[in-house]
Design a protein around this ligand. Structure first.
Ligand code: BTN
Length: 257
């Protein structure tokens, strides 16, 4: 548990204004609730926040843990132009890393495409889901989860995941984090579709120049992460010398071979 103030809808509305806010003490997934709200006409910037998620989900259909009182879990409704889609996760990852640094955490980095690391362990994940009407983009749900005081001790995630409180050895105020996250998202939205956002994201990637393994569906790709392009595609130099464009995948530093 954190020792911050209990979250409540009235407090959140007050502190996160002008963002329209819906708060749930417990929910399946904030992304599902935000999607339903988007479909019912939620404006851009509307945000769903939960204290606990029972069906939180991450990338690649993985479960995402959000125990009560121990995490920041939010989903923001965005209504971007379709051209800006590749940059939505860059924006989310940047907002998180800047917020984590603002609460005093050091040794932060991004792992392609959007994991936020502290001392090489994952402290946060970003999940962007698009909503379409036929071929018309209705909007995007940008889901963000941050481990504030999630206890990973003894779990299979212990070697790879970390919480802010463990790292800092001090309490972290979730309301302050939510304020900062939304402020940084508001800022980066002004740069959506520009090379400023791309360059800021790329500068944080710990991945570049390293030997990596990427799992892409059932394929295992190994090589040097040479570069990323403006739409977030990873350029992987394989041992054969061939440069491969990797649009999505699960990346691990180092080689499994
Ligand atoms: C990842 O796998 O790295 C992405 C994790 C995203 C988790 C957040 S928590 C808030 C929102 N609701 C969800 O069900 N998932 C996202």
């Amino acid at each position: 548990m954190t020792d911050d103030l209990p979250l409540s809808e009235s407090l959140l509305r007050q502190r996160l204004a002008p963002h329209p806010v819906r708060y749930f003490a417990q929910i399946g997934s904030t992304n599902d609730e935000a999607r339903a709200w988007l479909e019912a006409g939620a404006p851009a910037g509307a945000v769903v926040i939960a204290d606990e998620q029972t069906q939180g989900r991450g990338r690649h259909h993985r479960a995402w843990r959000t125990p009560p009182g121990a995490a920041v879990a939010l989903s923001v409704v965005l209504r971007p132009q379709v051209e800006a889609l590749p940059q939505i996760i860059m924006m989310g990852a940047l907002a998180v890393i800047e917020t984590v640094e603002a609460v005093g955490v050091q040794h932060t980095a991004l792992k392609w495409p959007n994991d936020v690391l502290v001392n090489g362990r994952k402290v946060s994940g970003v999940l962007a889901e698009t909503v379409w009407s036929g071929d018309m983009l209705r909007g995007v749900i940008l889901g963000i989860g941050v481990n504030v005081s999630v206890d990973f001790a003894g779990s299979e995630l212990e070697p790879t995941a970390i919480s802010l409180m463990t790292e800092l050895g001090a309490p972290v105020d979730r309301l302050t984090m939510l304020e900062s996250l939304l402020a940084r998202l508001d800022y980066w939205q002004l740069h959506l579709g520009t090379s400023t956002l791309y360059r800021a994201w790329k500068a944080r990637l710990v991945t570049l120049g390293s030997r990596v393994t990427v799992t892409n569906n059932t394929e295992l790709l190994t090589g040097i992460a040479e570069d990323v392009d403006e739409s977030g595609v990873l350029l992987l130099r394989q041992d054969s010398g061939e440069l491969m464009r990797v649009v999505a995948g699960d990346l691990q530093m180092g080689s499994t071979q």
